[in-house]
Design a protein around this ligand. Structure first.
Ligand code: NAD
Length: 501
């Protein structure tokens, strides 16, 4: 039954480990258990981390050209075969195939960014800061990097980190989500095909035991985490207490403000795309729509009309929206809808009773919209992470801005308006890391950095872009004197603090 077991990956080969603990992996569209995934114990984790530590020295010493060529070959293979990876994502996550291809394509952008890394690893040089004294700086890799990722982007989120970490000369141990662990094994095989040496890219499957092993291992220098806020906080606290460098990206509650002067059709299209794409299981999904002024009824009508046309079903069959990732998550999201009704919000569209032809056991929940949501309701205060849009009505722009800024999360936000002055004030005053102006899901390009504020990020480094390069390297500054003995003899013993002239 080897084909149904998702294993770890170490030294460019599959590795089952000694642990007999397993998790179930399901196809969310059919409800079938499709494989089981190995859950590492501490000894398995030590084995995988040790391989990464062994490879770290030689990989760090390999030339920039050699490293870049491997990353470039990986880029070529991934670009040519992205549909294969997308199919694996759809089979375990449930998102529709087009969306899965989009996920891989956005990840590919980070690989492309990493192909140009030698430029960003250049140091600086100052000649003659003093007589015969020069200064130069360099950036060096950290060693072994742990990457812990969530279920909702099994390919893209790890790709925010490992192309840059590897191009910079680190080795990595990736801990995928146990809900959709196969994508990373496919990626590992691609790295092997691209010529990456043994031990540079490793995968450790499992749950909290695997995560804790990464957070506690003295051989792991840094941790990049993405997931929910409580776990992000935990990872940050435990790994920093162990002296590691950590970036831990957490959850979100993203608002979209619609001003009275906005193009309401554009805004309605954007709200539907951003609320229900990937069944709302995106950290940049719009989950709160804030209408400003007298347009609320009109906006809600336009969104409801569009929602009625959405086709929900198996992501391999050309639908707009797929199932939720697991049956437990489906039930949790449905319980939020129950709570919203009980709290008195107006349920405009109810997705709870959705049935999908031919797929009676899939984890279905249709697009759902509440109106008249208030800030004390759990559908407003908590991250639902499903296809549920809450509409909050306010009278003024200032009330809308205050609402966003009072929210504990600060991942993404969008403003729809035709007024450049309001847009300028908004981007200055809003306390959120990623802002869209007439753009609903403002995921930055790979050469900028991705990350939120407040409870959406622990640590101070965002993912990829220049911040990613800094996170995976550390700086050295070298001051050197190569004196010409004939012209500058030793100045003799002098205990005063050295200055230059
Ligand atoms: P999660 O926090 O449950 O899991 C994330 C990772 O942590 C997984 O690998 C999981 O195995 C591990 N984990 C879970 N519980 C743990 C524990 N008690 N101790 C140690 N490790 C543990 O998140 P998820 O449900 O997989 O993903 C959805 C969440 O991720 C949402 O909150 C979403 O907003 C967030 N997310 C954030 C971003 C971002 O960029 N800020 C991006 C994607 C997803």
């Amino acid at each position: 039954m080897n084909e149904a077991l998702v294993e770890h990956w170490v030294d460019n080969a599959r590795y089952a480990g000694a642990s007999t603990r397993r998790g179930e992996v399901t196809n969310p569209a059919t409800g079938e258990v499709t494989s089981s995934v190995c859950f590492a114990d501490e000894a398995d984790a030590r084995h995988v981390i040790a391989a990464a530590a062994r490879a770290a020295k030689s990989w760090a010493r390999s030339s920039l050209t050699a490293r870049t060529r491997v990353v470039f070959r990986f880029r070529e293979l991934l670009a040519a075969r992205r549909e294969e990876l997308a199919a694996i994502i759809t089979a375990e996550h449930g998102k529709v195939l087009d969306d899965a291809v989009g996920e891989v394509t956005r990840g590919l952008e980070v690989v492309e960014f990493a192909c140009g890394l030698p430029h960003l690893l250049k140091g600086s040089f100052s000649e003659g800061v003093s007589t015969s004294v020069n200064v130069h700086s360099k950036r060096q890799p950290l060693g072994v990097v742990g990457i812990i990722s969530p279920f909702n982007f099994p390919a893209m989120v790890p790709m925010w980190f490992y192309p840059i970490a590897i191009a910079a000369g680190n080795t990595v141990v990736v801990k995928p989500s146990e809900k959709d662990p196969s994508a990373l094994i496919w990626v590992a095989e691609l790295w092997r095909e691209a010529g990456l040496p043994d031990g540079v890219f490793n995968v450790l499957q499992g749950d909290k035991v695997a995560v804790d092993a990464l957070l506690d291992s003295p051989d792991v220098a840094a941790v990049s985490f993405v997931g929910s806020t409580p776990i992000a906080r935990y990872v940050y606290e435990r790994a920093t207490a162990n002296g590691k460098r950590v970036q831990a990206l957490g959850g979100a509650k993203n608002h979209m403000l619609v001003m009275p002067d906005a193009d309401l059709d554009l805004a309605a299209d954007a709200a539907v795309n951003a609320a229900f794409g990937s069944a709302g299981e995106r950290c940049m999904a719009i989950s709160v729509l804030v209408t400003v002024g007298p347009i609320a009824d009109d906006v809600v009508d336009r969104i409801a009309t569009r929602m009625a046309k959405l086709r929900v079903g198996d992501g391999t069959l050309g639908c707009d929206m797929g199932p939720l990732v697991t049956s437990a998550h489906r039930d949790k999201v449905a319980s939020y809808v129950d709570a919203g009704v009980a709290a008195g919000a107006t349920l405009v569209v109810d997705g709870r009773s959705l049935a999908v032809d031919g797929r009676p056991d899939g984890f279905w929940l249709g697009p759902t919209m509440f109106d008249n949501v208030t800030r004390d309701m759990s559908i407003y205060t908590e991250e639902i992470f499903g296809p549920v849009l809450s509409v909050v009505r306010v009278d003024t722009y200032q009330q809308a801005l205050d609402l966003v800024n009072a929210n504990p999360y600060g991942n993404g936000v969008a403003l729809f308006t035709r007024d450049g002055g309001v847009a300028r004030d908004f981007e200055h005053d809003v306390q959120v890391g990623m802002i869209g102006i007439n753009v609903p899901i403002p995921v930055p390009m790979a050469y900028y950095s991705f990350g939120g504020w407040k409870a959406s990020l622990f640590g101070d480094s965002h993912a990829h872009g220049v911040e990613g390069v800094h996170f995976f390297t550390r700086g050295k500054v070298v001051t050197s004197r190569w004196a010409d003995p004939a012209r500058s003899p030793s100045s003799g013993v002098a205990l005063a603090f050295p200055t230059h002239d």
